[in-house]
Ligand binder design. Structure first.
Ligand code: NAP
Length: 268
């Protein structure tokens, strides 16, 4: 459920796994306007639907409309998955952070959250999931930089002493010792300008990742690759967040297999 939702690659992902595991089911898209969200969510059980993903702009509001939310999703402040329970009650999950960490590990299995400071650009919904996931993975310094400084300050207050707010103007000055840089803004996405972040000061050892996956290689990732940094695009995050949701609905934990990546890349 999203509004709009037609751009979503999630049907491709889940229907690939349904087919692969020979399951009797289907994953479809429901464009749900905000005023109808509660009615739509409440209708899941009556329609015999196992659950759904929740995407923009419903991730925060949907949290209030389910019966139980995981402590992780509570901390993030949003849900991206609903699972209908046998008694008809609704459980809410947020798997975005899991997807992000798995995408890093897939690209670099030796990656460790405590290898050095992480620099997170942006302080929206994706940033919340990623910052919480980095902290839970053992990061001991996460520098949050957002165009609107007050939101980065809120992160630092809310998530504790390992999270530091850095001003937008100082964004280049905190890259030298970073072990991870991640863009969680929409900058660099198709139709948007590149993220305004010169990488001159960034260590060549830093892993550079982007939540954006259209295009697969954003200008940020291209710059990073050309100067010798390892890069991770946003597609792995999307695919890996889908795995626990699929498991909850269908009882099988699917793989992020090569054929799935190829299928989605063809649509980008
Ligand atoms: P969001 O909550 O609306 O947050 C948007 C963020 O982008 C805010 O921090 C905003 O800063 C910043 N921003 C917007 N325009 C900017 C500009 N011109 N310069 C600098 N910063 C700017 O959105 P979201 O849900 O976090 O999504 C962010 C991106 O992540 C999207 O591209 C989305 O597609 C992607 N995403 C990917 C996945 C995945 O699975 N790969 C999952 C979730 C999201 P302000 O606070 O100053 O406005």
């Amino acid at each position: 459920m999203g509004w709009p939702v037609s751009h979503s690659r999630s049907p491709l992902i889940h229907n690939h796994w349904i087919h692969k595991h020979d399951l009797n089911g289907a994953y479809g898209m429901f464009p749900v306007e905000p005023a109808q969200l509660e009615t739509a969510i409440r209708g899941l059980k009556a329609l015999g639907i196992a659950g759904c993903n929740i995407t923009i702009p419903h991730k925060v509001n949907a949290m209030q409309l389910v019966d139980w939310v995981t402590p992780l999703a509570q901390r993030i402040g949003a849900i991206n998955t609903i699972v209908v329970q046998p008694d008809g009650s609704l459980n809410g999950y947020n798997n975005d952070g899991f997807g992000y960490i798995q995408s890093l590990l897939e690209a670099q299995p030796s990656w460790q959250a405590n290898a050095g400071p992480a620099v997170v650009i942006g302080a929206g919904g994706a940033a919340r999931a990623i910052v919480v996931a980095l902290l839970d993975a053992g990061a001991n310094e996460v520098r949050v930089i957002n165009r609107t400084r007050s939101k980065a300050d809120e992160f630092a207050q809310e998530f504790g002493p390992f999270v530091k707010s850095v001003s937008w103007d100082a964004r280049q000055d905190v890259l030298a010792d970073a072990s991870l840089l991640v863009n969680t803004t929409n900058q660099g996405m198709h139709g948007q300008p590149p993220l305004d972040l010169p990488l001159t000061n960034l260590s060549k050892q830093a892993l550079v990742s982007d939540a954006v996956y259209i295009p697969l290689e954003t200008p940020l990732l291209r710059d990073a690759r050309l100067r010798g940094n390892r890069t991770v695009n946003g597609l792995g995050m999307l695919i890996h967040q889908a795995r626990p949701a699929f498991q909850a609905w269908f009882g099988v934990l699917p793989d992020a297999d090569e054929a799935l990546y190829e299928k989605i890349i063809k649509t980008i």
